[in-house]
Design a binder for this molecule. Structure first.
Ligand code: UT7
Length: 373
């Protein structure tokens, strides 16, 4: 649940990532598989995009299911119970339904009974937008524990006969738990930008209130993703690079202060061009596009999970993230990795466990005391 409290003279708590998890569907679609379906080659796809394979959902699987799987891992890593979450946000443009939001379905699946629930619609930039919202909720005192999931089932909106788009995208989900902390670090700063005048460069025309899906709709293509790849490419590179520079400047940092750049994984050539424009060492740029393709909003948290697993992120490290996508929307976020969180009011693991048990006991006894910081 979200409830604000009156401003205090104390500094706002930090918003620290304490849990992380990802999920991709088991079914792998390789470039070779696509060669047998459309006029393309593995060589073209690898050379122009860096992608070798992507994961796609099976019938019956959709965004909320993947999101819940990633969320459960993140919650377990954070060492909290789902019913301790104050907010569940899902960054997605491919929710299971128009109504309800994907966040409502995730809330039900993980049992986050006390959370406010809403989706964030910022296409591929959704995770970066979500980090900004989470930071704001925590800093204002409206929430102490936030689950941010980014999940997409783009494969359902692809025209599988359009070789200029169908080779690019994949499905998947990534999640983080963000908690209020008295420690330093966490989500330091974010830069969010958008430009609706360029919306036709990447869009799905139908399915909204202007052109709702109707059973006898003749032109199913209206409900498929269309993209002017070159236009998006040209816009994406300078926009992401500028957003990175802006967030660093706002935090009084330089590129040399950054340990790892995790860019949205849309195209290896875009990633390399952003890195070159920034002047960052190639070894500091995280890339996993070859195995997932472009998973839209989910690409950064999936990459973050892999970076942590590979030991490329350690406490105190500064991670720069940037994304660009439909809308157009773009942005950057600077996160200082914290390792073990210093939860607000917490003395240690044992104290936290006692706290959890006490809260559960209060709830069982019908207590309705608010969660103010
Ligand atoms: O998530 C954020 C949104 N998305 C992006 O950031 C994607 C941005 N754009 C891109 O990544 C690239 O523009 C693409 C990968 C989409 C396309 O790469 P490109 O180097 O810009 O290729 P192109 O569109 O200029 O096409 C070059 C040629 C064309 O043939 P002609 O006209 O030169 O004979 C295309 O028809 O490549 C052809 N082509 C393909 N050939 C084999 C396009 N797609 C394919 C394909 N296989 N899959």
């Amino acid at each position: 649940m979200l409830s604000t409290y009156t401003a205090r003279s104390v500094a706002a708590p930090s918003a620290v990532i304490t849990g992380w998890g990802s999920y991709v569907p088991p079914r792998v679609l390789s470039n070779r598989d696509l060669e047998s379906r459309i006029d393309t080659t593995d060589a073209w796809i690898v050379e122009r995009t860096g992608i070798r394979e992507r994961h796609v959902v099976e019938d019956g699987e959709a965004t909320s299911g993947m999101a819940a799987k990633a969320a459960r891992v993140a919650i377990e890593r954070a060492g909290i119970a789902a019913d301790e979450l104050d907010a569940v946000m899902v960054a997605t443009t491919t929710a299971d339904h128009l109504v309800p939001t994907a966040a409502c379905l995730v809330q039900e699946q993980i049992g986050a009974r006390h959370a406010a629930v809403f989706d964030i619609g910022a296409a591929c930039a959704g995770f970066v937008y979500g980090l900004a919202v989470a930071k704001g909720l925590v800093a204002s005192g409206a929430a102490r524990r936030v689950l941010l999931v980014a999940a997409e089932t783009i494969s359902r909106f692809i025209d599988w006969t359009d070789r200029s788009t169908c080779v690019l995208f994949g499905d998947g989900a990534g999640a983080v738990v963000i908690e209020a902390s008295e420690g330093r670090g966490g989500i330091r700063g974010t830069v969010l930008r958008g430009d609706g005048t360029k919306r036709h460069a990447l869009w799905v025309e139908g399915g909204g209130s202007l052109m709702a899906r109707i059973p006898d709709a003749k032109d199913g293509q209206m409900f498929r993703l269309r993209m002017d790849g070159q236009e998006v490419f040209k816009l994406a590179v300078p926009s992401m690079a500028r957003a990175c520079e802006e967030v660093l400047a706002a935090e009084g940092l330089r590129l040399s202060d950054v340990t790892l750049l995790i860019p949205h994984q849309a195209n290896l050539r875009i990633i390399e061009a952003v890195g070159k424009r920034l002047g960052i060492d190639r070894a500091k740029v995280f890339v996993n596009i070859e195995r997932y393709g472009n998973t839209s909003a989910a690409s950064i948290p999936i990459a973050l999970c892999e970076a942590v697993e590979q030991g490329r992120v350690r406490p105190g490290d500064r991670i720069l993230m940037c994304a660009f996508g439909g809308g157009m929307t773009w942005g950057a976020a600077l996160v200082e990795w914290s390792g073990a969180p210093v939860a607000v009011g917490r003395k240690g693991i044992a104290a936290r466990a006692r706290d959890l048990l006490a809260r559960r006991a209060r709830r069982a006894g019908g207590s309705t005391s608010p969660r103010a910081t």
